[in-house]
Write a protein that binds this ligand. Structure first.
Ligand code: DGY
Length: 327
């Protein structure tokens, strides 16, 4: 097997593809839609590297069917689509693209919070449909953002960047819950108060989900959690769809047990739970939180840097299982 043969499984910026081709023997899937799992398995035969995005699933079965695979580089910070333990057990290096998308994703998370709290999509739909008749004191009146309480579930890099926007841009009180508490100096800089998950749900006027998706976080926002939230609260998800029980959320939104939700990610995406599509008080966007041109190019470049380094004797900049490099 040729140690430099790779599959570029999704379209990438032309300059990045050219760079990959200059260093590696690349089979390029240029189609708009992802390869099916069977196509992915077939195209990975005889390949040492895979350049993927969050839409290609790397499972233990796939790894067993592609024994030549040595490295998987995903153009995403999230890696729940990759069985990391199975990769590590088989000596397959995995890399992701942290940091380069933090600020753009936080910008979008905050924009989604604003659009949701201030009923922007609802207003635009109404306007386009000819439903705007006159000014009224309570016309599309939403929730206050400035000076309110921002709750963050998952206080990693993106959560912290959202907290900064809330604190310094909008004078918000920040409360958070995370697997581990932040160091005191970081909490002080963000003005963030660590609380239990239950207190977070009760206190937040706007709750933003930014935690990684795993078996542990699957449906960690479901009916019992939604029941603890304020009836005026908004919920924003820019993490992964599976974190929220969408049927329970749709019921809570329909019955106005919470005010509104902004969702950029969905459990079965690109399919969207039909119950959400008919509700006025939900803002829906198609997984675009990191989608600015400079950020997407930076993600594509970092994934390429990882792949080229891993297969040409360099040091991959952002490995997820660096122990594989030393074994
Ligand atoms: C990420 O980087 O994980 C984003 O969700 C894009 O896939």
């Amino acid at each position: 097997m040729d140690a430099l043969k790779v599959l570029i499984a999704r379209r990438a910026p032309p300059a990045v593809v050219a760079q990959l081709r200059a260093h590696l023997d690349a089979d390029y899937h240029e189609g708009e839609l992802p390869l099916t799992p069977d196509e992915l398995r077939a195209r990975l035969q005889g390949k040492a590297g895979a350049y993927i995005t969050g839409t290609e699933r790397i499972t233990a079965e796939l790894l067993d069917a592609c024994p030549g695979l040595r490295v998987v580089c995903t153009m995403s910070v999230g890696y729940n689509h990759i069985d990391l333990a199975a990769c590590t057990a088989r000596g397959v290096l995995v890399t992701n693209t942290p940091d380069v998308l933090t600020e753009s994703t936080a910008d979008f998370g905050f924009a989604l919070l604003m659009a949701t709290a201030r009923r922007m999509s609802e207003g635009e739909r109404l306007l386009r449909d000819g439903g705007w008749k006159s000014w009224a004191w309570d016309f599309l009146a939403g929730a206050e953002v400035h000076g309110s309480t921002l709750g963050i579930l998952g206080m990693g890099r993106i959560g912290q960047a959202i907290a900064r926007r809330g604190r310094f841009g909008f004078g918000m009180r920040v409360v958070y819950h995370n697997r581990s508490r932040l160091p005191g100096d970081v909490e002080a800089e963000l003005g963030a108060r660590y609380v239990t998950k239950e207190a977070l749900l009760r206190e937040a006027d706007h709750l933003v989900l930014v935690l990684p998706y795993s078996a542990e976080s699957h449906h960690c926002i479901a009916a019992p959690e939604l029941a603890l939230m304020k009836p005026t609260a908004t919920l924003v998800n820019v993490a992964r769809g599976g974190i929220v029980d969408e049927d329970a959320l749709a019921a809570a939104l329909r019955e106005r047990r919470i005010a509104a939700a902004g969702l950029d990610v969905f459990e079965g995406e690109p399919r969207v739970n039909p119950a959400l599509l008919t509700l006025p008080n939900v803002v829906l966007t198609p997984h675009i939180a990191s989608a600015t041109m400079p950020t997407r190019v930076a993600m594509a470049q970092l994934a390429a840097d990882n792949l080229i380094a891993a297969l040409t004797g360099g040091t991959p900049p952002t490995p997820l299982n660096p122990e594989v490099l030393s074994s």
